[in-house]
Design a protein around this ligand. Sequence first.
Ligand code: NAD
Length: 379
Amino acid sequence: LTVAALVERAAGEQRVALVPEVVTRLVADGYEVLLESGAGARAFHPDEAYVAAGAKVDSLDAVLAAADVVLAVRRPEPAVLDRLRPGQVLIGLLDARGDARAGLDALAGRGVVVLSLDLLPRTLSRAQTMDALSSQASVAGYRAALVAAEAFGRYVPMMITAAGTARPATVLVLGAGVAGLQAIGTARRLGAQVSGYDVRPAAREEVTSLGAGFLRTSVTAGAGEGGYARALTPEEQAVQQAELGQQIRTFDVVITTAQVPGGRPPVLVTAETLAAMKPGSVVVDLASGPLGGNVDGSVPGQRVLTDGGVTVIGAGDLPARMPTGASAAYARNVTALLAAVVRDGALALDPQDEVVGAVWVRPAEPAVVPAAAGVPGTD
Ligand code: NAD
């Protein structure tokens, strides 16, 4: 079976779906491994490292022609998708929720086998090794604390020096999922005084077990499908924004991580709250992306200084900016899913399998045409 990874063509993307260490294991397991030339370069894995691990490196044309399975980090661009053929398997974080789903349905309709890791049933223990959303969220949370510290104009930890004592920075993390908990842990290790917040009441214990305080609002929402928080009603959201706003303005650093899978992220930091924050405060928005963000006025990939002296960083792309570590974890996730669809060296996809059935983007069932009334033989 030939497994391939391509150059990731999305703007700013530096990750790669296979790293040499994982290639060594695939080759030992009997796979042929192909890399598009330059695929790992931006994650600091040159072509020679893949060749040394037992892979072949070739052009995009040659790789697409020979691959049975194409591994990607993000959804490949349309010009590449158009060249996938029926029966070929595509695995990646393909953006299979919300409006973006239609493009994948069309691909599946052409007979390409589309497996998207963002549909993984993450709470199943068998799926843990495949959980790319978690591995990448963990990178994002860790880097968010570092990005905030770098943009902040003071020390993060308490510092006692001959020149006087600096008090520790106060950090608030909004959304205590995988990224939020990692941000809390990292900010604590930097020496900040940290608090966390989430709409899910169950998050409280996880936040406090990391040694952080937990903020409360009168709005709570239990976890819905797949452990994700349900979207709040507009009324609940207004209450939450007002109550959080009073607390947010007392912090030096705010890191926001609240996502709604496939949908618009909720606004947690309003323009009014931003205007009330102290000059020199830093806000890092991990939910910042094409659909919006958690912070009014955050711009994807940019650092904006407000009139009031608050730095707002649109940081939805942090995993792409820690490419070596993020790719290493991703490659293990994606090959764990690969192992679930291969038996005895051949593809064997079982739609009844609870993991495979969930990640498989299948074309809609053919419409059942009702028998026309009065046709002989029907009644
Ligand atoms: P996410 O990235 O979808 O969202 C981040 C956090 O923001 C979540 O904790 C969510 O509750 C919170 N949030 C959403 N809307 C909010 C709002 N309006 N205000 C405040 N907070 C809000 O979350 P995630 O990190 O992908 O995790 C989603 C869930 O899945 C969590 O419950 C997590 O513990 C669970 N999970 C479980 C496993 C497992 O069982 N192995 C693995 C991964 C995640």
